[in-house]
Structure formats: C-alpha cells, structure tokens
Design a protein around this ligand. Structure first.
Ligand code: G6P
Length: 610
C-alpha cells in the first residue's frame, strides 16, 4: 500500500518526510519520492527500490525547502519505475496519491484530447493534470482540488503542492486513509499514524470527502462543496509498534480485519453494475481468446492452491469450461500434457514462488496462454505471463496468507463470470445477480468478522489444547476446509486435516472421538443436505462439532456444540464468508499458545528456492 507524508513548517522538510516514509515502510513499497517547495519552483527527487536509494539521491542533490510531500509507492497502475514513482508533476502542481482511480481510462483520453502530454502509466499523473487545468482556468489551489475530486471515481488520498502557494499543502481523501498531525507552528499529514508519532500525538482523522488546507500555523477543513467543517482532535497514545498494526496485536489479525477493504479494492473498477457484467479491460484477455479456450489449468502452491480449487469449480459451473487444478510443484518437471487451447491461470500472492513460476513457464513453452493472478505488480510471474489480472489486497506481512486468499477468490470468481458471459454460457440475468452479490461482499464480510470474533476467541480458548482438529466441507466449502486446516497447522502447530466431507467415511471418521473438534461447513448451498449428514455422523461419534452455517439455520444450531453463523449470500459466494471464522480460529489458538503468529517457525512468506 502506498504511503503519503506531508510537512509544512519552519524546519527542513526532506529529513522529516524521509523519516515519516521510513515509519511507513511496513506497508510495503517499490519506489519512493519527495517534492519540496524551493524558491525556483517545486523540486522532485524519485528513486526505484528502497528508501536508501532516495536518500542517496538526496545526498547528491539535497532539497532545501520547508514545505513538501513524500510518497512510497506500491504499484497498482504501471510497473515500479522512476517515471511511475510519485510525486507526479503538471506545470506548477505536484501530487502524491494513495488509492485507485477507477475512471482513469476516460480521464486519460480526455486529458490527451485536451493537449496534455502524459509521461507515466499511472492514474496519479492524471490527477496532477486535472488540478493544473483548473488552476489555469483561474481557480485557487483549494478550488482546483475541489473541482478535481468531483471528477474522480474510486479511492484516493492525495496531497497537492502548487508553486504559486508555497505556504500550503492541500489534501483530500475518499476511501484511502489520511491523518493530519497538529504541531506547534508546523503541521503534518500521513497515510497512517506511525509516520507522525515522533512529531505529534495530536491528530485529526479525515473522513471520506474531507479536504484540508495545511499551513504552518493552521489547518482548515472543508467538505466536497468547499463548506468549512470540523472534525474531532484525537490524542494518540499508541506505541510505534502498536501503531504499525493499527492497534492490533499482530499483522495477521490486522490483515484478517482488512479483508472487507481488500475485497472492495480488488473489485474496484471491475464490476460494471450498470449493465450487470465484469469490465473487459482489467481481465487481461480479449473476447476472441476467451472463446478459443478449451480447458483451464490452474497452477499454484499453498493457500493460493486452495483458492484455485474454488476457481476450478466456478470455471466449470459458471463458464462451462473443463478445468483442472494442479499443485505447481507436482506439475513442473513431470512433462504434463498441456498446450495450445489451454488457459493456464498461475495464482500467487508474491508472484515469485519458484514452483509456480517454473510450472507456468513450462506450460507457456508448450503453447498454453498464461494468465497470472498475482498481488505484487511486476513480479516474476506477472512478467512472464501473457496477461495479468492483479489482486489489489495491498502488501501482506503475516506469513500465513489471509486477505490475499480472499482477494484471489474474488479475482477467480470474476474471471469465471467474465468467461461465462463472453462464451454465452452465463445468462445476462445470472451474471447481474452474481455481480450484485459480489458488490455486497465487503459489507457481509465485515458483519461476519464482527459477529464471530468473540465467539471464535472463546472457542479457541476452550479447544486450544486439542491434539487434532478436523475440517470438513463439500463443493466450494472443500477448499475452505483445507484452508482452515492449513491456517491452524501453520501458526499454532496443531495437527489438523481438511477433508472433502464425502471422503470422511474413507478414513478420517476413524480419528473421531470426544477429544477431536470437528468443524463442519454447512452453508446453504446445493450440497447442504449431504454436508448436514456428515455433521450428524460426526456428532454421532461424540465429536465436538462446530458448525459454520448460514445465520438462522435452526437445524445446525440444534445439532452442533458450537455454531458460527455467516450471512446469507449466493451459494457461489459462501467461501468468502465461511473462511473468516476459520482464519480467526487459527489466529486465536496460536495467540493463546503464544506462538510467533506473524512469523511461524520454518515457514517463509515467499518461497523462491527449490
Ligand atoms: C508460502 C507462504 C504461503 C503461500 C505460499 C504460496 O508457503 O507461506 O502463505 O500461500 O507460499 O505463495 P504465493 O506467493 O505463490 O501465493
């Protein structure tokens, strides 16, 4: 996730900005830059890679001013490069931005027609040109920012400098975080609290639609119409470590709770709710290619592999295309039959996992089309693929993947819907229904997290000493059962098995007794009746049964020892909500056991070695 910092006051701005950016490093970034007012104009320094590269540049060519903005970039539009790094400049205007502008294609077209030369691949540069155009039309900086944000769709936190007003920074936000820090004769802004803690603990958290003008001795707040507003001033007493985790004890817990937001960002600009469809532009494939596909082969490892099992089921049902899922490590090197007519979908959070990379490369060599579904822009798998469909979950720091898993599910479901529609398999009506259900997901995920957190924490306390835990699910709940077991193994070191519920009789049923907690996933879907029988079979063998069921399911309440309720959604979308209490369960068991939740023993976030 990008990080923004701004400073206006009497002190040299550059060291404060770099220090603030360093305190936002945990958010992840691939390039960084500063813009500072100097007597001759706004001066910019930008560098790809770590902050030390930017510092090296500042050592050679220092920035002198006392008012400036800084940015660490996590690429979303355009690969990591100096020209794509922020700040972006248009005439006398410099802008840094965190977020995703959805209507960037239309804005780019409009600005080009208006004679603007666009240097970068970013959506942010467009914001700089929009502000500049308004200034040229006679608006002051505040007015120009107000006009500009009226044209933006999507998420943004922006900070803007104008050479003509070297005493101020204008900031604005919608959906992306922005906090104003209040000092003595100096003021600050940042994406997140930790950047400001060494300088002030008095803060104002801006809300959606807020605009602020920061000068050294005052901060004025406005709404989108330019009317003055007030926001409460807060005193923040978090330690820097707590602040990085937004007050959560671990990154993993923070990332679990970030999921509604990660899904919203991943869906942003992809759902066409007017015509009830998925937009073409972001999928990376064209219609002709969609029609020519004879088979879809999913390749992935670990948690990403679990997402592809759901991807496979969706592809078969919604797109009507034969599909298989392969563990990348099993696929590579065995000379599998793959080639022309196959769409290989390589799914990876990091985009660097060696097995997935090598497997996808082998498939490409044999003539398959490779589509990457990755979270890290311009990563190795993104670069080798024929097309990329990015998840926008933001950087994930906990080794055990959570928010990237649900973001992968979102992309794989959108891909299946898109393929089904383009191939005439999915009716317009069904497509619209799925698109609407997807749009409601962030809210439903939020409800699930809030509704189950305490129950799951209590359950974890009671069951933390179990030696074995079983997770059972059918259909789309099968990969969720696997994921629930994997999460528990990874971070709490408790032995767990995820099983297709129908396979229970072929082995795991022998493990069941009163000491074994059994999670049974029974959301309302086409498999409900049969899954419910499995729940009863487990109960009949004295297992401690924990049902994950649709809220209001009386039978599940009656038959289970513990019930974790999830909101009703379309059967195709249940994995997004059923996985959440399982992630929380793994987290709380690990926390009660006192294991290293964010960095479990023997595991690595990115496996780039054989
Ligand atoms: C490691 C991580 C897992 C991840 C897997 C695949 O094992 O610890 O969380 O699921 O790699 O990683 P990828 O980046 O390809 O999704």
């Amino acid at each position: 996730m990008c990080g923004i910092v701004g400073y206006v006051g009497p002190r040299p701005a550059a060291p404060i900005l770099v220090d603030g950016l360093r305190r936002l490093e945990y958010r992840g970034y691939d390039s960084a830059g500063l813009a500072v007012h100097s007597p001759s104009g706004i001066e910019i320094r930008r560098a790809v890679g770590k902050l030390r590269n930017l510092e090296g540049l500042l050592f050679e060519r220092p920035l002198e001013g006392t008012v400036g903005i800084g940015h660490t970039r996590w690429a979303t539009h355009g690969r990591p490069s100096e020209v794509n790094a922020h700040p972006h400049v248009s005439g006398d205007i410099a802008v840094v931005h965190n977020g995703i502008i959805e209507n960037h294609v239309a804005l780019r077209r409009e600005l080009k027609a208006d004679g603007f030369e666009i240097q970068s691949e970013t959506d942010t540069e467009l914001v700089a040109h929009l502000v500049q155009r308004e200034v040229r039309r006679g608006k002051d900086l505040l007015g120009a920012v107000l006009e500009t944000i009226a044209r933006l769709q999507g998420a943004y936190a922006i900070a803007v400098l104008d050479h003509a007003r070297p005493d101020r920074i204008v900031v604005a936000r919608a959906s992306s975080p922005l906090v104003v820090g209040l000092g003595e004769g100096e003021n600050f802004c940042a994406s997140d609290v930790p950047a400001l803690l060494p300088y002030t603990r008095e803060m104002i958290f801006l809300e959606d639609g807020d605009v602020a003008v920061l000068e050294a001795d005052r901060v004025q707040l406005f709404d989108v119409r330019g009317e003055t507003i007030e926001r409460p001033r807060r005193h923040i007493d978090w330690s820097p470590a707590m602040a990085e985790k937004a007050g959560y004890k671990h990154f993993m817990l923070k990332e679990i709770f970030e999921q509604p937001r990660a899904i919203e960002d991943t869906l942003r600009g992809r759902l066409d709710r007017t015509s009830g469809d998925i937009f073409d532009q972001e999928i990376g494939l064209d219609e002709e290619r969609a029609k020519a596909i004879r088979r879809v082969v999913f390749l992935a490892c670990g948690t990403s592999h679990h997402a592809t099992i759901a991807g496979r089921y969706w592809t078969e049902e919604l797109a009507g295309i034969p599909a298989v899922t392969e563990l990348a490590s099993e696929f590579r090197g065995r000379n599998p039959i793959v080639g022309e007519g196959d769409l290989v979908v390589a799914v990876s959070q990091s985009g660097e996992t060696i097995d997935t990379l090598v497997a996808a490369r082998e498939a490409k060599k044999k003539g398959a089309t490779v589509l990457a579904v990755v979270n890290v822009i311009d990563s190795a798998i993104a670069r080798m693929a024929d097309a990329v469909f990015y998840t926008h979950a933001g950087p994930e720091i906990g080794v055990a993947s959570t928010k990237c898993f649900t973001a992968q599910l979102a992309n794989l479901l959108m891909l299946s819907i898109w393929l089904g529609r383009r191939r005439g398999h999915l009716s317009a009506e069904r497509c619209r229904e799925l698109v609407e259900a997807l749009a409601s997901l962030p809210q439903q995920m939020q409800e699930t997290l809030q509704g189950t957190r305490q129950l799951v924490a209590n359950l974890a306390k009671r069951t933390k000493d179990a030696r074995d835990v079983l997770f059972l699910g059918r259909g789309l709940s099968f990969p969720i059962a696997l994921e629930g077991a994997l999460k528990l193994k990874e971070i709490s070191y408790v032995h767990a098995e995820g099983y297709a519920a129908g396979e229970m009789k072929h082995g795991p049923i022998a493990l069941i007794d009163e000491h074994v907690p059994v999670f049974v996933l029974v959301p309302e879907d086409d498999q409900y009746e049969r899954s419910f029988s499995n729940l009863q079979e487990a109960k009949a063998r004295d297992a401690r049964v924990i049902a994950v069921a649709t809220s209001g399911d009386e039978a599940a309440l009656d038959q289970s020892d513990d019930l974790l309720e999830v909101p009703r959604t379309l059967p195709q979308l249940t994995p997004f909500v059923t996985v959440l209490p399982l992630q929380l369960f793994a987290y709380y068991v690990a926390d009660f056991k006192g294991t290293d939740v964010d960095q479990p023993r023997n595991l690595a976030k990115t496996v780039t070695v054989e």
